[in-house]
Design a protein around this ligand. Structure first.
Ligand SMILES: [Fe+2]
Length: 263
């Protein structure tokens, strides 16, 4: 496996009610459309990645997710978000093809799945156990390149309201990454917008939601009218990667793709 290909969906915010909308977007039809769009291009990837807020505080949303993602014949790598219900999530997504937490080795890459949720809070925190687990997963990766996945943003997003609900102990998280030379990319959800930056040679990526988006660079909460989206990732054996965000253009029934970039 010289190239590892992932499709990243995040923050679908599903309800038990198939028609219920969040901020004007019916969340199950939007996720269904995003998945259908992904299946028309470069399918299948080696795995799917879903970085939290699978449901909107409604455990009845999990069976919809299981039905949609459970029969694709692909590993589905999942972590929780602040709107997930951890017990119901573990119960409903128990066993293959779902992988909850831990790490997965694919070709020359190790994918590390972290739980950054802080019970009862919209912001996140990496527990001492999670930080030790991260340190151990990076330390035992051998010659593999590492991709680290979490729900909350570990760097400021230049958005005052969002930056109050990021990863509270981001300095500890980043210091753990800095102890290792094999981290190539960190990926998160939560912020419902795209982000692409480089920190100490590590690519930092946020992926927009498969439902409604948040307006970037806004001091106060504001919805962005951009459509649902998902991200593709091509992880190469030399540690470089190619990624793009695919936006669903619902009015035209098509989609638009952002510029590709490699690091
Ligand atoms: Fe979310």
């Amino acid at each position: 496996m010289s190239v590892v290909r992932l499709t990243h969906f995040t923050d679908p915010h599903l309800y038990g009610d198939e028609t219920e909308a969040l901020r004007g977007v019916a969340t199950l039809p939007a996720l269904t459309a995003a998945l259908a769009r992904a299946q028309t291009h470069d399918w299948p990837p080696d795995a799917l990645l879903v970085t939290g807020d699978i449901v909107q505080d409604d455990p009845a949303g999990y069976p919809h997710f299981r039905r949609l993602f459970g029969a694709l014949g692909l590993p589905v790598l999942c972590i929780p978000g602040n709107h997930d219900e951890p017990e119901a999530m573990r119960r409903e997504l128990a066993g293959p093809p779902f992988v909850l937490g831990g790490h997965v080795d694919l070709g020359r890459w190790r994918i590390v799945l972290l739980d950054s949720c802080l019970p009862g809070s919209a912001s996140g925190r990496m527990s001492p156990e999670a930080l030790r687990g991260l340190d151990a997963a990076l330390g035992s990766a051998g010659k593999r390149h590492c991709m680290v996945c979490l729900h909350h943003h570990p760097v400021p997003m230049a958005s005052r309201w969002l930056d109050r609900v990021g990863l509270e102990n981001a300095p500890e998280f980043l210091a753990t990454l800095d102890r290792h030379q094999n981290v190539r990319v960190v990926v998160w959800g939560h912020v419902h917008q795209t982000y692409d930056a480089l920190r100490k040679g590590v690519r930092l990526l946020a992926t927009p939601s498969t439902c409604a988006q948040f307006l970037p660079n806004s001091d106060d909460f504001a919805v962005d009218p951009r459509p649902p989206a998902y991200r593709t990732l091509e992880l190469r054996a030399d540690g470089s990667l190619l990624t793009e965000v695919v936006w669903l253009d619902q009015r035209a029934g098509g989609s638009s793709r952002s510029a590709c970039s490699a690091a």
